[in-house]
Design a protein around this ligand. Sequence first.
Ligand code: TXA
Ligand code: MG
Length: 349
Amino acid sequence: MRTEVIKIDEENIDIEAIKKAGQIIKEGGLVAFPTETVYGLGGDALNPGSSKKIYAAKGRPSDNPLIVHVCCMDDVAGLVKEIPESARLLADKYWPGPLTMIMNKSDRVPYETTGGLDTVAVRMPVHKTALELIKYSGGYIAAPSANISGRPSPTSAKYVIEDMDGRIEMIIDGGEVEIGLESTIVDLTGDVPMILRPGYITAQMLEETLGTVDQDKTMMSGDCKDKPKAPGMKYRHYAPKGELTIVSGQRSDVVNYINEQASRAMEKGIKVGIIGTEENIASYRGDSIKSVGSIADEAMIAHRLYGILREFDDEDVREMYSESFDTCGIGQAIMNRLLKAAGHNVVKI
Ligand code: TXA
Ligand code: MG
């Protein structure tokens, strides 16, 4: 299949181009598009055939449900049995935005889209191109991240092209995304709301609106016997080509440990990559040293993380070491993704 790549400027949207993309989705085709979190791989959420194509294009297990993207609150009613009060409160505050809410699905949503579940994940993104595309696609776009299963979610169109060229009808290039990590997922179907995936909208922000909010125990722990409640979180999101170790402890001890490990590996001819914060970066010795941003700027760390992991793969790095990050605020989402990439391989010194 030939994949058409078109550029769309969020500040000056070419509506004719969006209409063409929308038509592809209406006819059962797939279009990758930018959102504020990561790029999505979009198909018609109400068309079972489209969802099957999404799984095939990603190489993703079909028991891993897709998020349905909407562009207005009125359209949510068509997807769910009822809109819980908690969802209305959160939508008032955080939609459009990087928050996904799980509700009981209506009969309109095919099981192909929900991976066989009776619940549906719904998100209204804030990215203007995404909102226009949803509008001109019929209102409901099922979209997982636009990466091949097992690779980091794409934060710019070049990574989407790397993974999806030849597999889908169209890629909309909207430049680099803003946030860089996937949306927060909160399940509103139980007595107490539960966070299934941490993101830019933090637990504290959700608690301010809803009171008590639970967190899926498996989010930050590797040796938990329970199964994650978001089926997708059970997969090792991103399996780097090399071995990633997260090192936590006092700043100077971390730097020394990583440098010792790096020089031991390099003596053996193994290519080493290091992810460090701006404050420490000059102290490292390794083949490929990447600054993820300042310790104080978590938004920047989130924004850069997936790009760095992709670069290490491209450079064929075989051993990787990363500093550990605080788990408050968006730091929890950063550590959740890093822990998954590392298969929970953490050295505490
Ligand atoms: O920021 C995002 O959410 C991006 C952009 C494109 O919007 N999308 C995204 O989709 O990250 P994906 O498919 O990569 O991740 C969706 C996650 C998976 O872990 C999946 O298991 C979970 O959401 N999920 C979807 N529907 C669910 C449901 N009904 N119950 C529990 N988990 C669900
Ligand atoms: Mg994904």
